[in-house]
Ligand binder design. Structure first.
Ligand SMILES: Cc1ncc(COP(=O)(O)O)c(C=O)c1O
Length: 353
């Protein structure tokens, strides 16, 4: 990436949200900044997004750009679950831990139901058992409506197409909508090596939160609808939530640049590769244990508090989740030098911790 002028004060592993927007995304914005264009998603860029994403997903889709991953999730879920509905998710899912129950709010009352999960993945059997105990038809209970899975999970682990398909099969049997929170879809695809179609609608996903911001985007994610039945309701939810962009061309220009010539996957491969370097470098390090397999651009580590304190003193920035637990996220604009500094600091302090 070109130098964006951002001041770097030290290795930064706090989040993939801390990185720069890719220059091609910015160039696309400048290029779109000319003439007049029809507003509210009827401009040429927005029309092209529908076509481009149809190619990408190998079928007709409806795409709505939105401002954030939370709005994508909340409005996708609101469109798929009635106010008395139950939305099933993993116990550590971002929709539950970090979105202020936006799905419940925008749906007018639907309830998130947590399921036990390993590294954020739950099994088809768990979903089956949970629905069996849901009290279908009982007016006292929220009624099964939607299941949402996070790709990759909040512990950085991917769902394979077979795993998604197994969960979807249970969902379909019980007439549930299947939603995927793809805040890190590109990283998951880079890991899996399958097509966007194979990990989404071909595996039973009806509606997708398509992440871009974390992977070189600027100010835009999107909702991608595969199940036409969800689309009409979504339009109203989006408008009511203030998520129908008037100058839609600028949102769509970002999305077009992001997927052009496979940029999104190239960027994801880059951040995944940097995390793999940390994974390899920390294996066998004394006093350090990986809390989850490293499959995308996130590394979760259990380590002695003194060791984590020492990294902070060295100016290494990361997300301290507990005294002995931390998350290190690599970015698509991250550098080998940052990784080398991190691993050297670990090596320096691990022996004494
Ligand atoms: C898995 C997952 N889903 C959704 C989001 C929400 O994105 P935003 O912060 O843009 O609302 C995040 C952000 O961290 C996330 O990690």
């Amino acid at each position: 990436m070109a130098d964006t002028g951002t001041v770097r004060t030290g290795p930064d592993f706090r989040s993939d949200n801390t990185g720069a927007a890719h220059p091609k995304v910015l160039e696309a914005l400048i290029a779109a900044n000319r003439d007049t264009a029809t507003s509210y998603g009827l401009d040429d860029w927005s029309k092209r997004v529908q076509e481009r994403f149809a190619e990408l997903f190998e079928r007709r889709v409806r795409v709505w750009p939105v401002a954030t991953g939370t709005s994508a999730n909340a409005l996708a879920l609101a469109a798929s679950a009635p106010s008395h509905g139950a939305i099933y998710c993993a116990d550590i899912a971002h929709v539950h831990t970090s979105e202020t129950n936006a799905a419940g709010f925008f749906s007018g009352g639907a309830r998130l139901m947590l399921m036990p999960a390993t590294h954020g993945r739950f099994s088809a059997e768990t979903l089956e058992q949970t629905i069996a105990a849901a009290g279908v038809g009982l007016s006292h209970r929220s009624q099964p409506a939607t299941v949402t899975l996070t790709q990759a999970t909040d512990l950085g682990v991917v769902w394979t197409p077979d795993e998604v398909r197994a969960v979807s099969a249970v969902a379909k049997r019980h007439k549930l909508t299947v939603h995927m929170d793809g805040a890190r879809l590109a990283n998951a695809l880079a890991r899996l090596g399958c097509t966007p179609a194979e990990i989404t609608w071909k595996a039973g996903v009806d509606i997708l939160s398509f992440g871009m911001t974390k992977n070189g985007g600027m100010l835009c994610d999107a909702i991608v609808v595969f199940d036409e039945a969800v689309a009409p309701a979504l339009n109203f939810h989006l408008r009511r939530a203030g998520q129908i962009w008037s100058k839609g061309r600028f949102a769509s220009a970002q999305l077009l640049a992001y997927v052009e010539d496979g940029l999104w996957l190239e960027l994801a491969r880059r951040s995944n590769a940097l995390a793999a370097r940390i994974d390899a470098g920390l294996r066998g390090a004394p006093g350090v244990r990986l809390a989850a397999p490293v499959e995308i651009n996130e590394v979760f580590v259990n380590a002695a508090p003194e060791l984590l304190d020492a990294l902070e003193r060295d100016g290494i920035r990361y997300s301290r989740r507990a005294r002995d637990y931390a998350r290190f996220v690599t970015r698509c604009d991250g550098t080998e030098a940052e990784i080398a500094q991190l691993l050297a600091a670990f090596a320096r302090h691990a022996a004494h911790a």
